[in-house]
Design a protein around this ligand. Sequence first.
Ligand code: CA2
Length: 147
Amino acid sequence: MAKPIYVLNGPNLNLLGLRQPEIYGKETLADVAASLSDLADDLGLSVRCLQSNHEGQLIDWIHEARTEGAGIIINPGAYTHTSVAIFDALNAFDGPVLEVHISNIHKREAFRHHSFVSARAEGVIAGFGTEGYVLALRRMASLLGKR
Ligand code: CA2
């Protein structure tokens, strides 16, 4: 069985579709996971979609992906802008990493303009709404030679 793509979402993203639809849209995280699972089937991939509000849990999943995952798509939420620990964990992962932000972080407050994760990511998608996850999965398929 081929290794899955880990799709990791950070703090507060469990509220997707339930609050602030003007910024983050109307789709829930469960909707996103279902779309990614369907697309993964089409691309001959599989996904493991996970969300946590805890930095250490996200790091533990990145470590798990070192042996169990083919690639990582990550929206670290606010940890994007603060977490050297997530950056270090991603640097210990050998496969491709793609960073996704639902909103355009560069159009928002200055403290959102810097990402610790971007220096490790093969690519960054920001401001495409939840469609960004779908685009990232397509790109992941290309990077893994599936398309
Ligand atoms: O645009 C993104 O995807 C962010 O990673 C989302 C983070 C934010 O801190 C980053 O700067 C950009 C916040 C996630 C909060 O998610 C919510 C979703 C619905 C309702 C409330 C919060």
